[in-house]
Design a protein around this ligand. Structure first.
Ligand code: ADP
Length: 454
């Protein structure tokens, strides 16, 4: 951009410079030629008076010797007839009578300068001097100026390019790296310090301020995560006790109608407990403390057990298993895989009110195990397919109607990532399918599983 602007400005300056220079030259040339024509006119009055055309012609020949660029010259009488004329050898003759009626004039036409000057004797018009002047000098000036302009333009462009490189190095590059750091931070939440600034210029100051600001943001974020972690921990213990007492009361027979209140209380305690577990997981993910406990187990067992225990608490929907049995022993964190499946199942049920089934489909291709959890509920808009895996994100169409905190899928994604697996969604109104893919053999966990077993 800088080079382009410099070239444009330089070109415009040179165009203006060449134009004004040539205009100046033309004006001076026209003035000097019209003075010469006046002198020739004054010298020719006696030749015209005495009808001595030889003397007049000799004057024109002498004129050509002094100014070789005059290629045609003529003296016309008052009737515009040629009295005497001269044409440079090798040049065509020229008929001046056409413009002679205009009187004193100079003009440029077809690359020549034309000069017409009236000859007076005692204030009486007795004839006219006419000249056609070639402009070879002007062409020379033009080509010299074009060459000089071109050379200066090339040198100027080179300089502009050099300056642009320096500017880019000191201004654009630091700014771009700042933008990249910001982009990375907004996408991943990870902050990479921008290279420690050395100078005392504005860019270095900006980098220092930005680094300090980000350090503060990260510090605050850390404090917030720590707070969530501590608060969740503190809430977990009393809540577990309350739940246990409620369960005991609930198990005592013949307590109607108090029993329904106890059950309502238990439902709410369960919700609170789930939230606390989710918050604890989020704070572990944030601080990099979500560790996996790896063991080897049959993946089909985990799927079947999860379905069975889910059906005990959720009876409104039938969970149907389709596809192939995976028949695969994998090395993974059993509890965490169960947690992901539970989350997908409870979402499938929660977001398909009024429907009666959820399908779990499984299949194995060479290196991956694929598990699909499918429901026929409200669906998810295409532009939200990625966003639902972000922390606290809830889709626009359900955030008011169906309760939730937008943490489950964020945790699921992290768990799958830690297993070198993937989670993604395909959805349209009336249908949603969440996919999990897990590597059949995870090099990362094989050894861990052996250690676990021994
Ligand atoms: P929560 O369900 O607690 O809000 P999640 O992280 O589990 O949090 O889900 C994030 C959002 O994704 C949900 O709020 C919901 O808008 C959307 N979502 C998840 N599963 C489904 C589903 N099966 N059908 C429709 N929307 C879903």
């Amino acid at each position: 951009m800088q080079v382009f602007t410099s070239v444009l400005v330089l070109s415009l300056c040179f165009a203006a410079f060449v134009y004004s220079h040539i205009k100046d030259y033309k004006e001076r040339k026209a003035d000097s030629m019209s003075s010469i024509a006046q002198v020739i006119g004054a010298n020719s009055t006696s030749a015209i008076d005495f009808q001595d055309d030889d003397a007049a012609k000799k004057t024109l020949i002498d004129l050509q010797k002094i100014s070789p660029e005059i290629i045609n010259s003529a003296i016309l009488d008052t009737e515009s007839h040629v009295f005497a004329s001269f044409t440079k050898p090798g040049v065509d003759t020229f008929d001046f009578s056409e413009s002679a009626s205009k009187g004193n004039t100079t003009f440029y036409r077809s690359g020549y300068l034309f000069v017409y000057s009236t000859i007076f004797n005692n204030n009486e018009k007795i004839g006219m001097v006419c000249m056609r002047v070639e402009l070879s000098e002007l062409n020379k000036i033009r080509s010299t100026q074009y060459s000089i302009s071109l050379i200066i333009l090339i040198v100027g462009c080179g300089l502009a390019f050099l300056i642009a490189l320096i500017v880019q190095r000191y201004i654009s590059n630091p700014l771009l790296s700042l933008v990249n750091v910001m982009k990375q931070f907004s996408q991943t939440g990870e902050y990479k310090r921008i290279a420690s600034p050395k100078g005392k210029d504005e860019m270095s100051t900006l980098a220092i301020v930005f680094n300090n600001l980000m350090a503060q943001v990260l510090e605050n974020q850390k404090k917030k995560d720590e707070f969530i972690g501590i608060a969740s921990h503190e809430l977990k213990t009393p809540l577990t006790s309350i739940k246990a007492y409620l369960q005991v009361i609930d198990s005592i027979e013949n307590q109607q109608p108090q029993k329904q209140y106890v059950q309502k209380a238990l439902e709410n305690v369960n919700k609170l407990q789930q939230l606390i577990y989710d918050l604890l997981d989020v704070s572990k993910i944030q601080s990099g403390q979500l560790h996996l406990t790896i063991s080897s187990f049959e993946i089909d067992d985990v799927i079947d057990e999860t379905i069975a225990s889910f059906q005990i608490v959720s009876t409104g929907h039938k969970i149907i298993r389709t596809g192939d049995a995976l028949n695969q022993v994998i090395s993974a964190d059993r509890q965490r895989i169960e947690q992901v499946l539970m989350n997908l199942l409870s979402n499938a049920v929660k977001y398909s009110p009024g429907k009666d089934k959820v399908i779990i489909h499984t299949e194995k291709n060479h290196s991956q195990l694929l598990i699909k959890v499918e429901d026929f509920g409200i669906g998810i808009e295409l532009e939200e397919h990625d966003k639902i895996f972000e922390r606290f994100y809830r889709t626009k169409n359900n955030s008011i109607l169906i309760s939730g905190f937008g943490l489950g899928l964020y945790i699921c994604r992290d768990i799958m990532k830690r297993h070198d697996g993937k989670i993604w969604v395909e959805s349209e109104p009336g249908h949603t399918a969440f996919y999990l893919s897990l590597p059949v053999k995870s090099e990362k966990f094989e050894n861990a599983a052996i250690v676990e077993k021994t």
